[in-house]
Design a protein. Structure first.
Length: 189
């Protein structure tokens, strides 16, 4: 992205943060086709691509007040789109699994379906909560939990102390546990 584009995006994001609808329209028209083609080339379904692309821009509008004006807008939109594509793919796989079981004549209990749905629901919630962690804390947490790196390896890679790594992981876990309590209560009742 050109330096000029970054300055335009910063100005547009400041206006967008203030609720300026014209700046939103500008972003929508500037990036809609790119995001749509990305989703279409991933899912190969025009209806899903349209729905997901629309939801990306709805999310942008809903979260406009929390967006840093220095954020690089294009990658931000692609991240939202990618997460939506992942969710859609998970839903399609779950549906496919259910239909396959039905075709094979196996009995699927309501409890099995509910358990699968609850697991996917919690996985999605957990992913969303991880995205809400501060960027450095999220990076440390993902290196620990997704990449299975030791605290020492993370500290070396990020050039921070092991104590900082431990603190960031502990804070992430406290945050996630606290937020997940609410969703677990919903699923249990």
């Amino acid at each position: 992205m050109k330096n000029k584009d970054i300055h335009i995006d910063s100005r547009i994001l400041r206006l967008l943060r203030d609720g300026d609808e014209k700046s939103f329209e500008y972003v929508f028209h500037r990036y809609y086709n790119q995001i749509y083609m990305f989703v279409l080339n991933t899912l190969f379904d025009k209806t899903f691509a349209e729905d997901i692309t629309q939801s990306v821009f709805i999310t942008l509008w809903e979260k406009r007040k929390t967006i840093d004006a220095e954020t690089n807008l294009e990658p931000y939109l692609y991240t939202i789109a990618r997460n939506r594509v992942y969710r859609q793919t998970e839903q399609m796989l779950l549906k496919f699994k259910y239909e396959k079981i039905q075709q094979e004549g196996q009995q699927v209990s309501d409890n099995d379906i509910e358990a699968d749905l609850n697991i996917h629901f919690l996985e999605n919630i957990l992913s969303d909560l991880i995205e809400k962690l501060p960027s450095e804390r999220r990076k440390v947490f993902l290196l620990s939990r997704k990449e299975n790196l030791s605290n020492k390896e993370i500290a070396k890679q990020l050039q921070i102390s092991e104590k900082t790594v431990e603190t960031q992981i502990r804070r992430s876990i406290i945050f996630l546990k606290e937020k997940l309590k609410y969703y677990l209560n919903i699923l249990l009742f």
